[in-house]
Design a protein around this ligand. Structure first.
Ligand code: HEC
Length: 189
């Protein structure tokens, strides 16, 4: 009787701990891989459309394309994957969709610190389980092409197109390599 009780006392918590550790490591890696796949789909759909629009009609035309395409892609990916999918920034252009919550703000601030410390945005990402949600953010760095619409100095017609679509645009003044914002994904566990 005593040994059975002792065995139970040792084995049951042991199984519990093993189960938790196991679920933790396996699920996190799989969820992260899933999130990275969705980010690639987002970028892989948006970027070619942006480039085509720029080629066809310059930045002003690309802005009107981007203003409908980007939110559409985010919405359709959210519907097809079951994840919440968006882009956020500390200096949002689309102030309806891109305002970060407290957790996103702190991650974006850490991305800025990491970038200032010399890390490239290329592979910069962060994942964490917060309040029963798996949350993942992937930084978006400023490349040459981004400057046409996110630098301090831009063409007058680009300026005009931005004012038409985004009355309270904050997404200006960026230089090469800085963190423009991030893809932010979350999934209820
Ligand atoms: C043709 C102009 C143009 C170019 C070039 C451009 N963007 Fe943007 N960007 C926009 C517009 C317009 C929005 C708002 C889209 C929306 O309403 O969702 C935006 C929004 C964003 C957002 C979402 C957060 C926010 O502030 O609304 C990120 C992140 C972003 N851009 C990053 C980039 C990066 C990185 C590049 C270069 C690879 C880039 N952009 C190039 C016009 C541009």
């Amino acid at each position: 009787m005593r040994t059975t009780l002792l065995a139970a006392l040792l084995i049951i918590p042991g199984l519990f701990v093993a189960g938790v550790l196991h679920a933790d490591s396996v699920d996190k890696a799989a969820l992260k891989a899933e999130a990275i796949g969705i980010v690639k789909q987002f970028g892989g759909t948006l970027k070619p459309q942006l480039k085509t629009a720029l080629k066809e009609g310059g930045p002003a035309h690309a802005i009107s394309v981007c203003s409908t395409t980007a939110p559409e892609i985010a919405k359709s990916l959210s519907q097809s994957t079951g994840w919440s999918v968006k882009r956020v920034s500390l200096k949002a252009r689309n102030t309806e969709t891109a305002m970060p919550d407290a957790w996103e703000k702190s991650v974006l601030a850490k991305f800025d610190e990491r970038q200032a410390g010399g890390e490239s945005a290329q592979k910069m990402a962060y994942a964490e389980v917060v309040d029963g949600q798996f949350r993942f953010m992937k930084a978006q760095g400023v490349e040459e092409v981004c400057l046409k619409c996110h630098a301090e100095k831009i063409a007058p017609e680009t300026e005009k197109a931005l004012q038409e679509h985004y009355a309270d645009d904050n997404a200006r003044g960026y230089t090469l390599g800085q963190i423009r914002g991030a893809f932010s994904l979350s999934k209820q566990l």
